[in-house]
Ligand binder design. Structure first.
Ligand code: NI
Length: 226
């Protein structure tokens, strides 16, 4: 499931991040990938331990912590602090799959990458190219979102970033381990939760809504690994 989560950041938060990142010290994006990724990755990133990146990453994590759509879709257990990348002058990242396991910086705790997230910090009109192309069982999807919006997609998918032929594309990206490992189970829980929310908004907390809520939580109890 690919999910577009709109307005994760406010326009003011995006503007202040862009300003802070404009003078940042970008390094070669190949610093954080394995050998297959390194062969196809041509971009720049903020170094993983850069204080600026850590500070901006906290702003994103705080925004996501109060985003009910994100929580419902991702059911996050562990989240890698966001990293930041920049593409310009034809830079691109060819077809690859994200590594299955990552170490959390600092603690060294392992994290299984179930979901990948890209948060756009530039408006689509600011640059040519730069689409995130994600392949799933339904074909390929081109993703290029408004500044402040985020896409959530399975880390198991092959994906790429098309060459940025003019302007620049700046994004934040990160991975998370979900409480529910299986994509089909997680998608079913998401649909059920969204339906319950709509039903509750339309008819209130009647007996049937309470019963469906019980079903949701009992399925989550059965499938969650925490
Ligand atoms: Ni990737």
């Amino acid at each position: 499931m690919l999910l577009h989560i709109p307005e994760v950041l406010t326009p003011a938060q995006v503007a202040s991040m862009r300003q802070a990142l404009a003078d940042a010290d970008w390094s070669d994006g190949r610093d954080t990938v394995g050998p297959q990724g390194a062969r196809v990755k041509h971009n720049r990133q903020l170094p993983e331990h850069a204080a600026l990146g850590q500070q901006l990453g906290q702003v994103i994590l705080a925004a996501l912590a109060v985003n009910p759509l994100y929580f419902s879709a991702a059911l996050p257990l562990r989240t890698v602090p966001p990293l930041f990348n920049r593409y310009a002058g034809g830079e691109h990242y060819g077809d690859h799959v994200d590594g299955a396991v990552r170490k959390m910086p600092g603690s060294g705790t392992l994290l299984r990458t179930d979901l990948s997230c890209t948060l756009f910090l530039c408006q689509p009109d600011d640059y040519e190219g730069g689409e995130l192309v994600v392949a799933d069982t339904y074909g390929t999807h081109d993703v290029k979102l408004a500044a402040g919006d985020m896409i959530l997609y399975p880390s198991s998918s092959v994906h790429r970033v098309e060459p940025v032929t003019s302007g620049e594309r700046v994004c934040a990206f990160f991975w998370l381990q979900s409480m529910v490992r299986d994509n089909v189970q997680r998608a079913a829980l998401f649909e059920l939760d969204q339906t319950i929310q709509r039903l509750r908004a339309r008819i209130g907390d009647c007996e049937e809504v309470v019963s469906l809520t019980r079903h949701y939580h009992n399925l989550l109890r059965g499938w969650a690994e925490v």
